[in-house]
Structure formats: C-alpha cells, structure tokens
Ligand binder design. Structure first.
Ligand code: ADE
Length: 418
C-alpha cells in the first residue's frame, strides 16, 4: 500500500480520536452498516481530496466498508491532523498522502499520488484535485464515472469549468444540499472559526469589535456565534440583499474602509480574493487580529502586508505579528489559511455527520447512475437530502408530525380559500 504521512507512531492517538468522532456521527455509521452488508462500492476506486480530520477518517472507513479502494490526500496544506493520517494507514489500511505544514509542491505531489491509481470517482473539497486531473493528468479522465464537491468555493470553480466546456464528467455539488450548507456552513463554520481564533489568541470576544467580511451561510453562522459571546459584530458585504439581511438581523453594516479603522478582530469568509488589503492594513488599530475562514488563503492580501512590514515574528502558535509603520502590530492567524482547521479541529463531528452522509450516498448514486449523466455540475438528489434529515432526526431522538389526509387534500387543492 502506498502512503506518505508524517509519523506512523502517532496512530494510537489518531485511532482514539477517530472513534470519538464516530460516536457523534450516527447517520454516517448507519450508512456504513448498510454498506458493509450491501457492498455497493465493490471494485470502485475513489480519489479523495479532503481535510484529513477525524470526521473525514470516518467517511473513508465508510467508503471502504462499501467495498471501495480509497486514496486520500489533503485539501489544504495546514488542515491535516497527522495522527489521523497515521491511523488511517496503520489501523484502517487506507492510502493517505498528507502531512500538516507541507509546502505547495508537496501538496500537489500528494494530489497526483492520490490520482495516480486511475480513479472511478473523485471527491474534492475546493476543486484542486479536479483541476489537477483536468490539467496535468488528462489520461486518467476516461476511467472516471463522476465526482463530488464538498465546498462553496469548489462548486464555484466547477461551475466556471462547466461554463467553459472544460469539465469532462458529472460532479454532484454536495455543498448545495440543504442538509449540508444550512448546518455545516452555518453552525460548523460559525463555531469552529471562533474555536480556532480563541485557541490561537485566547482573546476575549465580549465587548470586542469583530468585523466579519461576507454574510453567506458561513458569515451568518459566525456573526450569530460572535454576537452570542458578546462581541459587537460589524458585517461587510458586496451583495445588497445579504447586507440588508445583516442589517435586519441587527448587525452594523459598513464598507471595509470604515470597518478597518475600528475593528479589533477581522474574519474573512467571502470566498473572494484581496478582501483585506493594503488600504485596510494602513488604517487598522495597533493589535488588530486578522483571520480567514474562507477556503483559500487569498482573502487577506498577505503579499502587501509583507511589503509594508518593518518586522515580523511568530508570537504564539498560529500567530504571526507584523509590525508596520508607527510601530502598529497586526496579528495574522494561521498564515491566512482557514483558521478553523489551522488552529482548531474543524467542524464538530455532529455537523460533518450530515455533510459526509450526503457524500457517501452521492457516491453510491454516482456508481449506479453516473454513466448516464452528462458532464456538468448537479445538485444532490432530493431523496438523499431528505433522507439525511430524517436519519439525523431519528438519531437525535426527535419525532415530528405527519400530514393528516385532510391536510394533504387541502394542500393539493386550489379551491379552498377564505
Ligand atoms: N471542513 C470543515 N471542518 C471539517 C472537518 N472537521 N472535517 C473535514 N472537513 C471539514
């Protein structure tokens, strides 16, 4: 078995942490149990590019239980949990190519290694695997039935590939399932981003001015959680509808130019580039903390901050302090990479349970139906989305009502009015 991990002796710690996460992933566990019996993925080769966490480990185990041969690489150079990577290799016999803190060339080498066994299915988080396959490893495309994409940024990239006619097979946008983005993006990013910032800085949120750039599902969750901890939340947006929603939620909405002067903690979750840039660094207060929780490390223009700096030093794990003109200190967390995975453990297993249940069921769907689907980006089939919601409620012990016959007829009729 091929693999490249940091240190196999970390496996026992990883094994326990994977088990701990499994305890909070009841929906995925039910799917794994069925997969073990039915083996719907027998003989299927899957290349997965995901954050190598305890939750991802349980998804990989589920796919293996279904009969798949899996190769896993990391979807970010700073998100790999080395103990998990070790345990997947040692305890679960899964090929992993991932090391925390790897440089860019090593990162892409790992992606190529994960692809090099000619996969039938691709699983991606950010679309680096798919773009590598379509640019450098085109000879592997013929054997691919289909793929899945986990995150908003990846879906945007894939839609752009599809628009240009550059996408060669069908990919299901798992991110777009209701049972994914309404929970993972909102509650997962909301909590884990704050977790990362607090672990890195031990800052007090109560009374501080937290500037959140972007009011999509991640921004909404983050703003709600920061407010819950007593922060004065300022939202920046480019979309009038989202800005209006933030206003009605009671948040202060400002352009970044104005927010930059007053914020204590800045967090970007826009999915766009250069959201915090030179003109903003120029007016930030001494001690300002700057973090990103969007998929790529492009939201904070660190190249410009590098040019502005008088000096720089690591002052705590995951905190680099840049000194700029007038001796002002700007503290950048986790090299501007997604802070929830760089400084904390990513989303809790309870939400990843639903995201990864969607992943497993979409892979099963692609193995059955992918050959009849044209290249393009597809939504998650509605039956999958609603079955994940039902299974999650069941696991949580929550019962709900069912429509009576009278209610069903009422909803189907246009005749009944006032
Ligand atoms: N993305 C965000 N949190 C994650 C986690 N815990 N595992 C995998 N991918 C993630």
């Amino acid at each position: 078995m091929e693999y490249d991990v940091r240190d196999k002796s970390l496996a026992p710690k990883g094994k326990l942490r994977i088990q701990w996460a499994e305890g909070n992933m009841p929906v995925l566990s039910m799917i794994a149990q069925r997969f073990r019996k039915e083996r719907p993925l027998d003989g299927v080769k899957i290349s997965a590019c995901l954050h190598v966490t305890t939750e991802t480990a349980n998804l990989m185990r589920t796919l293996k239980a279904g009969g798949a041969e899996v190769r896993l690489c990391a979807s970010n150079p700073l998100s790999t949990q080395d103990d998990v990577a070790a345990s997947l290799v040692v305890d679960h016999g899964i090929s992993v190519f991932a090391k925390r803190g790897i440089d860019s060339s090593g990162y892409y080498e790992h992606i190529r290694a994960a692809l090099s066994f000619s996969p039938n299915i691709t699983m991606d988080d950010g679309a680096d695997l798919v773009s590598t396959l379509h640019s450098e490893m085109k000879n592997m495309i013929a054997g691919v039935i289909g793929g899945t994409e986990e995150t908003t940024t990846g879906v945007i990239r894939l839609r752009s590939m599809a628009r240009e006619g550059a996408l060669s097979y069908p990919i299901i946008a798992v991110n777009d399932a209701m049972t994914k983005h309404l929970f993972d993006n909102r509650y997962g990013t909301g909590q884990s981003t704050i977790d990362g910032i607090l672990r890195a800085t031990n800052a007090l949120l109560a009374g501080s001015k937290v500037v959140i750039a972007g009011y999509g599902w991640c921004g909404r969750g983050l703003a709600a959680r920061a407010r819950g901890m007593g922060a004065n939340v300022i939202v920046t947006e480019v979309d009038p509808l989202k800005a209006l929603e933030a206003v009605m939620e009671g948040f202060t909405v400002l352009p970044m130019d104005e927010a930059a002067r007053i914020g204590d903690i800045f967090i970007t979750v826009t999915g766009n580039t250069s959201v915090i840039r030179r003109e903003h660094f120029e007016t930030m207060k001494d001690g300002a903390i700057v973090a990103n929780s969007g998929h790529f490390n492009v939201e904070i223009d660190l190249d410009e901050l590098e040019k502005m700096k008088k000096s720089k030093q690591v002052v705590r794990d995951n905190v680099e302090e840049y000194v700029v003109d007038g001796g002002r200190r700007i503290r950048v967390l986790g090299e501007g990479r997604l802070i929830n995975l760089a400084a904390a453990e990513g989303h809790p297993a309870t939400v990843m349970d639903m995201s990864f249940a969607n992943q497993a069921l979409c892979i099963e769907h692609l193995v059955k139906a992918g050959r009849h689907m044209k290249p393009g980006v597809y939504g998650v089939p509605e039956e999958i989305d609603s079955s994940v919601a039902s299974l999650k409620l069941k696991a949580l012990g929550v019962k709900i009502d069912t429509l009576t016959e009278k209610q069903r007829k009422y909803l189907a009729s246009w005749k009944a009015g006032t």
